[in-house]
Design a protein around this ligand. Structure first.
Ligand code: PRT
Ligand code: ZN
Length: 283
């Protein structure tokens, strides 16, 4: 059987979450910082640890079959790969920011001004679409200090908390793209059974992460009202309790509207609510 190769970031913001995701898929491998390649003992897969910038091309060229990398890097490298799954981590936005004492308030005021960035391709396309002609200054890092040094009038960089912009006296001005880590594969093998198996495992882990397992006690008089509030995988399990007319309802609730649902359930008569994390949901 063919052994697949998946490229993930060796160190940096996406490394830990990528390793955690693969381990949660039941894959057994060593995560030695010194090795570039690590075999998985219980699945025909090898993990390649690379710089994130190299991952899209490795996947495009078939050196790796799969990769986990930020959408920003894929867009910047302009590779031809297949997107398989958004992974929900490494979320950030590529933004144009200007010094907070600046008079720039509209996009067309960037005409003829300079913008420092490590993302010249994405920024170039964005400005072209907006009909703006700026001088794009490509630099390799520490973009946020360039206006202070007089190197550029504005910057275009990734932002997550906004702390870096703030501490450098910059304010976000325009959203160029939003990004998160995604699973990609080489264009020619997205249909492979092994890749599909891996994607299904990843999806079952992601689904479980977005959902909580909830058990609640309810009097039979309130049962229909409670059931009406539950989304559930199918319909909830209802288990009789030792006390007459009381049942335990078992169900799953999406993380995103968790607190709203819980307070609605309490109002409808739910008691003794127990919430548990879910490891996997296989449909
Ligand atoms: O060594 P290697 O080349 O592999 O790593 P790298 O240094 O190029 O990348 P790394 O590890 O910094 O980021 C990897 C990926 O994480 C990026 O390509 C994005 O997809 C994603 N990501 C998510 C981020 C951020 N959030 C982020 N905040 N990448 C970088 N930043 C930087 C940003 O450039 C700025 O300097 O963090 C600073 C801003 O952060 P806040 O929180 O202050 O706004
Ligand atoms: Zn990088």
């Amino acid at each position: 059987m063919k052994t697949l190769k998946i490229a993930i970031q060796k160190s940096g913001r996406l490394n830990e979450k990528s390793v955690e995701l693969l381990k949660n898929c039941g894959l057994n491998f060593e995560n030695y910082k010194s090795s570039l390649i690590s075999p998985v003992s219980n699945f025909p897969l090898e993990i390649l640890f690379l710089r994130d910038d190299d991952i899209p091309e490795y996947v495009q060229d078939g050196i790796a079959d799969l990769g986990i990398v930020g959408e920003n890097v894929i867009e910047e490298t302009e590779v031809e790969v297949t997107y398989l799954q958004r992974l929900g981590f490494g979320k950030c936005s590529l933004k144009i920011a200007v010094p907070n004492n600046n008079t720039i308030t509209e996009l067309n005021q960037l005409n003829g001004r300079s913008i420092a960035t490590t993302y010249p391709v994405i920024l170039g396309k964005y400005l072209k679409k907006q009909g703006i002609q700026s001088d794009i200054r490509t630099i390799s890092g520490s973009v946020e200090i360039s206006p202070g040094l007089g190197l550029a009038d504005a910057i275009c960089d990734l932002v997550s908390t906004g702390g870096t912009l703030k501490s450098n006296g910059l304010i976000p001005f325009a959203d160029v793209m939003s990004s998160e880590a995604v699973l990609i594969c080489n264009k020619s093998n997205s249909e492979s059974d092994l890749i599909q198996e891996l994607v299904q495992r990843i999806q079952s882990v992601l689904r479980a992460k977005e959902t909580k397992y909830v058990v609640l006690n309810v009097h039979r008089d309130n049962l229909q009202a409670i059931i009406a509030l539950l989304p559930g995988v199918k319909s909830p399990s209802v288990v009789p309790l030792a006390e007459d007319n009381w049942v335990a309802v078992h169900t799953v609730i999406p993380e995103r509207d968790f607190w709203d649902r819980i307070s609605q359930l309490k109002q409808a008569g739910a008691q003794g609510i127990v919430v548990m994390p879910i490891e996997k949901i296989i449909l």
